[in-house]
Design a protein around this ligand. Sequence first.
Ligand SMILES: Cc1cc2nc3c(=O)[nH]c(=O)nc-3n(C[C@H](O)[C@H](O)[C@H](O)COP(=O)(O)OP(=O)(O)OC[C@H]3O[C@@H](n4cnc5c(N)ncnc54)[C@H](O)[C@@H]3O)c2cc1C
Length: 926
Amino acid sequence: MGPTLDTASSLVPQSPALRIDEGALRRYLSAAVPGFSGGPLEVFQFSHGQSNPTYLVKAAGGAAYVLRKKPPGKVLPSAHAVEREYRVLAALQATPVPVPRVVCLCEDPAVLGTPFYLMEHVKGRIYADPSLPGMAPQQRAAVYEAMARTLATLHSVAPAQVGLEGYGKAGGYNRRQVWRWGQQYRQSVVQGEPMPEMLQLHAWLAAHIPANDADPAGTRISHGDFRLDNLVFDSASPSRVLAVLDWELSTLGDPLADLAYNCLPYHLPADIPSLVSLPRPLPPGIPDEQAYIRTYCAARGLPYPLQADWPFYLALSIFRLAAILAGVGARAAQGNASSRIAAQVGADSVVRSLACKALQIACLAPGNSSSSANLGSSLGSSLGSGGSSGSSHLMGTPAEPYANPRHPLARPDDTSNILAGNPLEEYANPSPAWKSAAAEAVKALDEADRLLPPRTPASSGAGGSAGGGSSGGGGGGLRAQPTAAPATAAAAVARSGSATSGLGPSPCVQPILRKLRRFMEEHVYPAEPTLNAHAASDQRWTIHPVQEQLKEEAKRQGLWNLWLPADMAAALQPLLQEASASEEEQRLLLGAGLTNLEYAHCAEEMGRSVWAPECFNCSAPDTGNMEVLARYGSRPQQRAWLPPLLRGQVRSCFAMTEPAVASSDATNITASIQRQPDGSYLLRGRKWWASGASDPRCAVAIFMGKTDPQAPTHAQQSMILVPMNTPGITVVRPLPVFGFDDAPHGHAEVLFDSVRVPAGAMILGEGRGFEVAQGRLGPGRLHHCMRLIGMGERALGLLVQRSESRVAFRQQLYRHQSVRLDIARSRMELDAARLVVLEAAHALDCVGNKAARGKIAAAKALAPSAVLAILDRAIQVHGAAGVSDVTPLAHMWAGARTLRLADGPDIVHLETIAKLELAGARRARL
Ligand SMILES: Cc1cc2nc3c(=O)[nH]c(=O)nc-3n(C[C@H](O)[C@H](O)[C@H](O)COP(=O)(O)OP(=O)(O)OC[C@H]3O[C@@H](n4cnc5c(N)ncnc54)[C@H](O)[C@@H]3O)c2cc1C
């Protein structure tokens, strides 16, 4: 009967290096285990699949135990934690989950050199091959049904009921997994650069974390390695699982992640003969994946079919596997691998094949229409025509370039034929050495996990101050709602697809928001008078030391580059490694891995003071420029400018608008970029409103000009990098905005008179300026709207405050009905604008820049006018003081008013919305 194993069939004599002291064990058992016979012991070692050395201990009288212990020697503190295995097994004893009966745990290393535990030896059968060769169809069906039911039984146990509530973190499992495996993968890249397919997969995963991930209510005991060959079946009945083994990777987690891992044999590439995969067609009796999942759902009482996140779980499982194998390969490359065949197990071709498989799955995810263009094209280059037929319609779709041209799509394909015959026997049937190598990688992640920003479970965030900025408005605002709601209700709303409640601050961002608010209260608001006074003095074009001090303090508190989305952070990490950033600095510079939606809540806080964004390195135009460099810059361009910008050491400007032409239509610009015979470029043109150009720290400009005035209209323009100290650049004057010159930042008129820059300064390529501009229309441009909401909150707070303190016509202002109406209207309009902005941020996260452009346009059109109306009312209630410098209102009004122009006139955004609406209506009629 096929490759089945008796649970005692893989016994070998103890290896000398792992031999245990039988006398010491006998003495210990005699003292610690009631009823132990005390006679001589026979000890054998298991050879099959154990990273913790495992032994069969036969006692006089016929009792048989299995002993598991940590390996000898130095291991990571969190690695090989047999104590955890014992804990979960002990906790599950009284549940219907079939586990071996535990006998004792010995944590005293003096007994056998390392901690160990004993459990009863379960006699039965292990099926090593998931295709169950040699079995009758009904038997196969019975095995699979039993496996699905067993997993469902495990996931039906509430951790707290069995004392395992602290066995791992509740909620946020998938997010942590994506982060930690991404970290693990990047750490494994010791030579060359990270594999584009892995980066792209990681970025996709980061952008598709299931909506209810943060909800601790869904947390269950996760086995972590639930597969057929970790189950002991009754030898007489294949429908009965006697025990689930190998709990080394168990933790608290998302049960669907366990299920997806369990389903991997349905998906792993079949052209790697030794990988554990199911043949096609499936052997008779083995259910297809959906039937298998249906059994699981029925056993758990879950509705079937599963939610649309299934592709995410599968892709994550494959990513995890690929990252483990990459780690094994890396150690082999460094000569540190414990297995002879580690280099083959972790070969690039294997890792790439797995990543491509996961990307194929991602392509097919529902609602993935925009990002699938990226994924599909990457797969197209990696798999050629041999890609899955199911996703073939996505192949060859022009990529919306996520990164620079060197990124995924330009790679030569070397995937398909290398895989044939790759010896992965070790993964198919892992030896102790292989598993030890893999487990080492896994355990390193626990170390990495400690580096994660702290998470607050939704349940404990209930009392959070999420609603309360200093002027947050009494019952006001969307912000307070989701956190105040019970976590389960929030999750239910998220599941039911309600966009509204799902837009509140996630549990992950709440601690950051609390810190930000404290920072604003303790540092920013108190610094405003000093910075305002400096900005009005004759020293105003210098940087006040307080501004730099605030930056240092924000860095110290980890409130830095919060705007940086996780996918971009992932892509930038190798660059920072190259720039000799320590791990600690990398963590700081790469932000907190927030989504655009999460960042929107942070930007709102920052928007309450004109001085705040720079404190956190989150100000315009630097964020937009960094985004351009990250997405489109060549590696040398990134090397030159990104590390100092991410560190906040220098600033930048964006030079597109020209005084001579209507620049809201950028095809009008006249500045020229001429290629010279030596390959360099000569720049000529007069620009104005280049924000930040007057700042003494401004080191680089992104300059837009025409490289070929004869080319098609949208291919004439290019963008090029210009160091601000290049001869020929003159900052002519700062332009005032309603009298405010916004020193020391400023908005400058700048003359570029025969400015020469090298060929390598061209971004993306000649004629691709519009492409870059489109990309820049993404998150970087939405940040203004996010900050505007904060500005509106502050204005409304001031309005309310003034209406309570000022008395006119014998009563406080708020007692006048017109003022109360102003307050009410302001609250409504601000909340409506906030919703639109948050929805745009969320759309950016879910569907990408292009598909979200209608919602972004709506935010840009609505937010400035809504906030302007509120500022206007607040100014009115302050009387003449409102237009002076006594309050920040006048300055804020000037800033908000420019945003009806500075991000493109609002009419242009309205045009976009109308165009999309009309196109949609036409499509619907077809
Ligand atoms: C504070 C501030 C900071 C700025 N920062 C930068 C910067 O860092 N870099 C940079 O390059 N630029 C910057 N700008 C410039 C800004 O991007 C431009 O002002 C904007 O794109 C509009 O261009 P324009 O001023 O040439 O107006 P024009 O193009 O001349 O437009 C004028 C008006 O024409 C009307 N109009 C335009 N199109 C239409 C239409 N389709 N239908 C009906 N009416 C229309 C609108 O009322 C519009 O306001 C900044 C501007 C301000 C005020």
